[in-house]
Design a protein around this ligand. Sequence first.
Ligand code: TYD
Ligand code: MG
Length: 460
Amino acid sequence: MARIKKQFVCQSCGSVYPRWLGQCEGCGEWNSIIEDVATENVPGGLGARSGVKKGRIVSLHALNGEETPPPRLLSGIAEFDRVCGGGLVAGSAILIGGDPGIGKSTILLQAVARLSSSGTKCVYISGEEAIAQVRMRAQRLGLAESPVMLGAETSLRDILSTLEDAAPQIAVIDSIQTMFADTLDSAPGTVGQVRSCAQELIRFAKKKNICVLIVGHVTKDGQIAGPRVLEHMVDTVLYFEGERGHQFRILRAVKNRFGGTDEIGVFEMGDSGLREVHNPSALFLSNRNKDVSGSAVFAGMEGSRPVLVEIQALVAPSSLATPRRAVVGWDSGRLAMILAVLDARCGLGLGGLDIYLNVAGGLRISEPAADLAVVAALVSSLTGEPLPAETIFFGEVSLSGEVRPVSQAESRIKEASKLGFQAAIMPDNTKLRFDGTKISAVSHVQDLVDLISPEPVIQV
Ligand code: TYD
Ligand code: MG
């Protein structure tokens, strides 16, 4: 058989070398060169070369065909099940990422306890806590009676044998950073270990048709060896977010091969574990003071669900050469853009002022639709005038200062009117008609500034 020609390719810049090098001469990157098979310009490619073994012919299918949807295992925790796309799917791998201490172990213990109580066979393997610790937690959560099979182990080989023997329908691995495969020399938690352990577990899940839930800590510094290296391998990626100081926790689906993404589940951390929050909008707005300036209510969408949150802004004279900009729960780059638009298109002169922006309740907003609410909060703080009562804001702001329509305006307004809001300031969308909600359409940020400020804002 003819030898296949080998070459060495830099993974960073794509330079090709006939032999291995420690440093790429093209881009200067270290350890980025790996072995590859050379593709030559022969008609027919690899298979056409004389003596090279041909591949098997794979059967091809039509897109249209009868497929039954996969059966789902329901935990009974509605917020959790919805984020998973309507329950857990057998033969799938789910990654749950989040900061240490945010509540990943708690939610998973609660989920498997509920599942096992309803007859699903569940194994919970902890590499971080001893059996006694997990038991104590279960007692605190009032789940000690549920028939979850508990294990404390970090050797992947032993875990796989145990799972093969116990044959559960659901297995939790807490956490992937503590697991090690003895086929590799590197320490647990390194990229190689994390990746190879996850690969083994995913392969096992597919082979035995069980659902594997893998916990992965997000590390603050660059997220090396964290869940990021696993995202492409698993079927579903859930992130558990929230501010430590707040009791709210948000479970967010960022990837789901068996359901929609961007779904969120909202929980409240209490003395007896995580409690579901069925109406997050009411909760996020519960502490709102309606008569202060700089507070705007944004009607956002999280997946299929509308969520109302309060956006707070504080604009204050600065004593620093470079004014301070602090943002919690929103993108600071986006704030810089909004400030530039307000300066350039409305002449508000915010450049020399300290600006603080906060999304109340610990929610992180990534929707551009929040732009208009941010503008309203900033202008209100600047003028010192509270915004019109019971009014929601949403709309995307472009660099030219125009206000662009956003999706699902109808759901946003419906949710707001359910909570007693009577007016909406939103992009021009003449198609929508609503009874009981006063709609003020704005097509430019200047329209909004004129609408909410009692007298013309002094232009600097
Ligand atoms: P944990 O689930 O251990 O976090 P992770 O697995 O993501 O690292 O959550 C630990 C935190 O949750 C800890 O700070 C204590 C708090 N907690 C409560 O407030 N109430 C409870 O009932 C439980 C079990 C934990
Ligand atoms: Mg934990």
